[in-house]
Design a protein around this ligand. Structure first.
Ligand code: CIZ
Length: 315
């Protein structure tokens, strides 16, 4: 079949039908993160940020969970659902920020400050979650840190989210690690100032993984779930979106009367974009790539996640 726009469209539609059929046959559910490609967002049974996906993962009844996102998200689904098969369509879809702390480094840092509680951002490996006291997402980081009795908090691995939390929770001593999200730190304050000039009247909203200087320019700071709620309830019609571009597809879908701009052409997470419809079909067909978490690590990591869910939902 020669490549034409029309043939490509048909190919994508055929893949969507194939995925729907395989999903039924295998009793699978598809969880999709807000940063995924538009066509992958379109096949979601449940779409959201890590918190929404983790919450959904606890409730799903299907036998197989397909997690369209990156490795740590699929790991969370497995940690919360050990009896289910959890599949990540692309084995290599990782999160560089989550790899910026090792188990050894965390252990050594904790020994250095034994009186500190350790809060780990959800963008972390199962091992980091297991070595922490409680987990958090960008949606609940402030609430989690406030709720902890300890005055001293070691926040890992994302430095920028940690610094943002520190600026909001004044009565705690927040010690940050050196990890960063390579996608969010790529955007500069100068680019935001330029974008504001280019799109007059547009409000800049930012993800807390951005640098402090960038956050200073923002009218609202929050995770993708928070941004979706903020835009929906705002009277403003134009927004510059300070996070991975995948969110713009959902923002536009849910707010067709509003306009969205990315502050640069480089606000793209290469790992998030690895997942395609072809890989999702492949994953369902062959039952790959299955996520495994060693039981001792899983049990400890689950404690960190359960504590976060308790703090967030009060259960
Ligand atoms: O919490 C998440 O899912 C991440 C990594 C970003 C966001 O805000 O959705």
């Amino acid at each position: 079949m020669p490549y034409t726009e029309e043939n490509n469209q048909k190919y994508q539609e055929d893949l969507k039908k194939k995925i729907a059929q395989l999903k039924k046959e295998k009793n699978a559910v598809i969880l999709v993160h807000n940063y995924q490609r538009p066509e992958v967002q379109d096949i979601a049974d449940i779409q959201g940020d890590s918190l929404a996906l983790a919450t959904a993962a606890v409730k799903v009844e299907a036998k197989i969970i397909v997690l369209c996102g990156v490795h740590f998200m699929a790991e969370i689904a497995k940690i919360l659902n050990p009896q289910k098969q959890v599949l990540l369509p692309v084995k290599e879809a990782g999160c560089p920020a989550s790899d910026m702390i090792t188990a050894k480094e965390l252990e050594a840092k904790r020994k250095e400050i034994p009186d500190a509680a350790c809060v780990c951002y959800v963008n972390s490996s199962a091992v980091t979650k297991a070595g922490s006291d409680v987990c958090c997402t960008s949606a609940n980081a402030i609430k989690v840190v406030r709720s902890i009795p300890e005055k001293k908090i070691l926040f890992v691995p994302d430095k920028n989210l940690g610094l943002y939390v520190k600026s909001q929770v004044k009565d705690k001593q927040v010690i940050t690690w050196r990890g960063v999200c390579p996608t969010h730190v790529r955007v500069s304050q100068e680019e935001i100032i330029e974008a504001k000039k280019k799109y007059p009247g547009a409000e800049f909203i930012a993800h807390p993984e951005c640098e402090q200087k960038v956050l200073k320019e923002a009218a609202f700071i929050g995770g993708t779930g928070g941004m979706l709620k903020y835009v929906k309830s705002s009277k403003t019609k134009k927004f510059i979106i300070g996070t991975e571009q995948g969110l713009i597809y959902r923002l536009k879908k849910e707010n067709p009367d509003k306009e969205f701009y990315s502050p640069g052409s480089h606000f793209i997470c290469a790992d998030m974009k690895l997942t395609t419809l072809g890989w999702v079909a492949h994953c369902l067909e062959l039952g790959v790539y299955e996520i495994e978490v060693a039981e001792d690590i899983r049990v400890k990591a689950k404690k960190s996640l359960d504590r976060m869910l308790e703090i967030t939902y009060g259960k």
